[in-house]
Design a protein around this ligand. Structure first.
Ligand SMILES: Cc1cc2nc3c(=O)[nH]c(=O)nc-3n(C[C@H](O)[C@H](O)[C@H](O)COP(=O)(O)OP(=O)(O)OC[C@H]3O[C@@H](n4cnc5c(N)ncnc54)[C@H](O)[C@@H]3O)c2cc1C
Length: 399
């Protein structure tokens, strides 16, 4: 494995850092305030303006893998995604934010030409946003075979019923599409063939966004919401890949989506560590800078070690995805999905502690950063489920 980034990646890193310094960091606090005040049913026009600038500079859709029409491999994208991830709202500026990137990859991989024209093109253009609706309030959704929503064929249409929650992005007025998971064949003896995925326009009759769900009290963090689907009718051509193929798509979708989250978290942990260093170097307590209190120095050192470890594992997972495919890379993807959020929680928690009271208010963004990292120990599969998978793969070696 080559540890040096290619010249192409170094150039993109420099351009992206330049963009962050010129356009993102100076407006970081202001835009965050707009997002918080606007709430989940709103969006920032300033982000829309920045999107035009990023696109004009060619810093657009960098997430799209080379194998599927993009210009970068996963390995090349990782250090760039990390830079964007340093500010929680920044990935959207580059059209590289969740859940759109995962949804776009689904459409690229599994969409028909017609589906791509209708939904993928406006998503790649950053004109609309999208939502992934799998999790349900009524069942333990970390086991996706439990999903109960129904997708029933009726002539040339499918009729959809069910209740979803934690559907990220649904209240955003720009969100126009759900990728919806439900059961087309409840009685199939193979529980992994019961589910399908289908495209549901948000404006369909019978779709109701019931309520936004604040995450750790942050109204607009991830814009998660509860949504009701009541006798929603869509044409049969909206099915993705075919009936009973929902799990197959979920595997394809969650691989890159998970790794992108981890790449962003490394950027967030880096910025939290930077903030911890800067703040503790200038605050003096009991006769010396807080940075020189042994416990702080230890935590700074340990944070650096943890970040470097996580970065290497992210790069390895990305390298495996590029070289042997997402399926064979499943252990690495699962490992990083456990390692990165836990690392980020630890580093951000130490940064909060080092800031004293200032760590838990909004001035330094650390409380939001922590909420972001903590929720990623659950979203896209809880730690325990990934550890179970890693454990089983380990045991399999000795069968
Ligand atoms: C901020 C946020 C954003 C999200 N965005 C989306 C989205 O856009 N679309 C979407 O569909 N979903 C989304 N989710 C939902 C997320 O994927 C689910 O919350 C997750 O899969 C867990 O499902 P559950 O909440 O039903 O927990 P449950 O399945 O009820 O599990 C509860 C707990 O049980 C434990 N557990 C479960 N299985 C095992 C096991 N095998 N061994 C040991 N312990 C176990 C774990 O600790 C787990 O946290 C989001 C969640 C959050 C928090």
């Amino acid at each position: 494995m080559e540890f040096n980034y290619s010249q192409k990646v170094k150039n993109l890193q420099a351009r992206l850092k330049g963009f962050m310094e010129e356009h993102i960091y100076p407006s970081e606090a202001q835009i965050q305030q707009d997002i918080d005040q606007g709430g989940p049913f709103s969006y920032s026009m300033k982000i829309e303006d920045l999107k035009q600038k990023a696109r004009a500079e060619g810093l657009w859709n960098l997430f799209l893998p080379k194998s599927h029409g993009g210009t970068l491999t996963n390995l090349e994208y990782a250090p760039l995604c990390e830079i964007m991830g340093g500010v929680t709202w920044a990935p959207e500026v580059f059209n590289c934010s969740a859940p759109d990137t995962g949804n776009m990859e689904v459409l690229v991989r599994y969409g028909t030409d017609e589906q791509k024209k209708q939904w993928l093109e406006p998503l790649l253009d950053g004109k609309i946003r999208s939502c992934f609706a799998m999790t349900e309030p009524g069942v333990a959704s970390s086991d996706a075979t439990n999903i109960q929503a129904s997708i029933k064929r009726d002539g040339n249409e499918y009729v959809i019923n069910g209740r979803k929650w934690f559907s990220s992005g649904a209240p955003d007025p720009r969100c126009k599409l759900f990728i919806f998971m439900g059961k087309t064949d409840q009685d199939n003896p193979d529980r992994h063939k019961q589910q399908s995925m289908i495209l549901v326009p948000l404006e369909s009759k019978g779709v109701t966004v019931i309520r936004p769900l604040p995450v750790f009290g942050f109204d607009a963090l991830d814009r998660v919401s509860e949504v009701k689907f009541e006798n929603v009718r869509v044409p049969v051509s909206n099915i993705l890949l075919g009936e009973g193929r929902g799990f197959e798509i979920a595997q394809g979708r969650l691989g890159p989506g998970r790794v992108h989250h981890c790449m962003r978290l490394i950027g967030l942990a880096e910025r939290s560590l930077e903030s911890m260093c800067r703040r503790t170097m200038k605050r003096v307590a009991f006769g010396k800078p807080i940075s020189e209190q042994t416990v702080t120095l230890e935590r700074i050192a340990e944070s650096r070690i943890l970040i470097e470890q996580a970065r290497l594992l992210v790069l390895k997972a990305a390298y495996m995805m590029d070289t042997v495919g997402n399926k064979v890379a499943k252990a690495e993807i699962a490992m990083i999905k456990v390692a990165a959020p836990n690392m980020a929680c630890r580093v951000i928690d130490w940064a909060i502690q080092a800031h004293g009271g200032a760590g838990v208010i909004n001035d330094f963004g650390l409380a939001r950063a922590y909420a972001n990292a903590r929720m990623l120990r659950i979203a896209d599969g809880p730690d325990e489920v990934h550890r179970n998978q890693i454990g089983r793969l380990e045991l399999k070696k000795y069968l």
